[in-house]
Design a protein around this ligand. Structure first.
Ligand code: PLP
Length: 379
């Protein structure tokens, strides 16, 4: 492979995390619930890893509950919030361009009689706080707003949104899907003022199969899985210690390097937009997303699937949207109401601290070839 630009889909596991996982599997492999020496050691390790991740996120260790992924955290937050607030009402507010991990539970709740308001982004990809204020009702039980949109790189005004909800006297819980924001933009759950916040390991160079849900201290919230009482009775099941060890190592290293890493990614993003607009006439950014690691562009008139395959054949990996869509049109770009020619030609390019200038140049070169060799549609 010459160049990888799909880090928003997933990232390679960093060496510190691999080492921590191997250590947990080969030496500290006890069951943290067991009462003997090996078990106590595993329990002590688990507590240390939880502390490391909580420090990286900026919360108390007892506010952090391990999940298997971001999707699980989002589902738990949404179903749990409507259960916790069942006396408040049956109205939910979210945005039209959340990840499916939020949208699909909302759709399911609609089938169960809930009403959901989907706040629409404008053409720049921004969500209006006035729309949020207007949508709030006395029976609003949950507001779910992501921190960084995974296909546009838009940073959403979560802090201000929380302020509006609280000032209105609403009893709604506030959930934030921070899967794409964690270690990419600075925040803590307390600074945002949210009740619930989900993160995922594989977006930050930890393995797949691990994530966490932050549940604000003092919030009465229902458990996800009942059983042996792990995770303070909130999510039973023997803890995946190897994944948690790796997650902790990735968070610690990622938090330490965050400033330099995000500055590097922002430089790569700027260079990419610059090179690509020179290489392909008509290419332009979609939205005005300012997150350092995600850039959406469109080549109006071209079909993004065809371009993605053309680039892939030349060793360059980009995405035509979120990997979860698997070829289906992206609801995120559709929500922007772009002209069809622009909508069909959208590419998502995403960066990591490992992204090199030569990769950016390889992408620009391959995309210039695509521009010259592929036919544009007449529609
Ligand atoms: N939320 C956002 C914004 C995402 O980008 C993703 C993954 O692409 C998820 C949730 C789902 O996370 P996971 O893949 O860990 O289930």
């Amino acid at each position: 492979m010459t160049a990888y630009f799909d880090y928003a889909a997933t990232t390679p596991v960093r060496p510190e995390a691999v080492e921590a996982a191997v250590q947990a599997m080969t030496q500290g492999w006890g069951n943290p619930s067991a009462r003997h020496e090996l078990g106590s050691r595993a329990a002590a390790d688990l507590s240390a890893w939880r502390g490391q991740i909580a420090r990286g996120l900026g919360c108390a260790p007892e506010e952090l509950y391990f999940t298997s992924c971001g999707t699980e955290g989002d589902n738990w937050a949404i179903y749990g919030a409507v259960e916790a607030g069942k006396r408040v009402g049956k109205h939910i507010i979210t945005t039209a361009y959340e990840h499916d991990a939020v949208l699909q539970p909302c759709k399911e709740l609609e089938r169960r009689g809930y009403e959901v308001t989907y706040l629409k982004p404008n053409r720049d990809g921004e969500i209006s706080l006035d729309d949020l204020e207007a949508a709030l009702r006395p029976d609003t039980v949950l507001v779910s707003m992501m921190l960084v949109n995974n296909e546009l790189g838009t940073v959403l005004p979560v802090r201000q949104a929380v302020d509006i909800v609280r000032r209105s006297g609403s009893r709604a819980l506030f959930h934030c899907d921070a899967v794409q924001g964690f270690l990419k933009i600075p925040f803590t759950p307390a600074e945002l003022g949210v009740d619930l916040l989900s993160i995922s390991g594989h977006k930050i160079q930890a393995p797949k199969g691990i994530g966490a849900l932050y549940i604000r201290k003092g919030l009465k919230f229902p458990p996800l899985i009942r059983g042996g009482g792990q995770e303070n009775g909130m999510r039973s099941g023997t803890e995946p210690t190897a994944q948690i060890a790796a997650f902790a190592a990735a968070v610690e290293a990622g938090a330490r390097e965050m400033e330099a890493a995000t500055a590097h990614m922002a430089r790569m993003k700027e260079r990419t937009l610059d090179r690509l607009t020179q290489a392909v006439p008509g290419l332009k950014q979609v939205g005005t997303g300012t997150a350092p690691h995600i850039l959406a562009v469109t080549m109006p008139g071209y079909k993004s699937e065809v371009v993605v395959r053309f680039l892939s054949d030349r060793g360059v990996c980009v995405s035509s949207g979120s990997a979860c869509h698997k070829g289906k049109a992206s609801h995120v770009y559709a929500a922007l109401n772009l002209p069809k020619k622009e909508l069909d030609g959208v590419l998502r390019i995403s960066f990591s601290p490992r992204t090199r200038e030569e990769e950016v140049d390889a992408l620009a070169q391959a995309l210039a070839q695509a521009g010259a060799q592929l036919f544009t549609s007449l529609s």
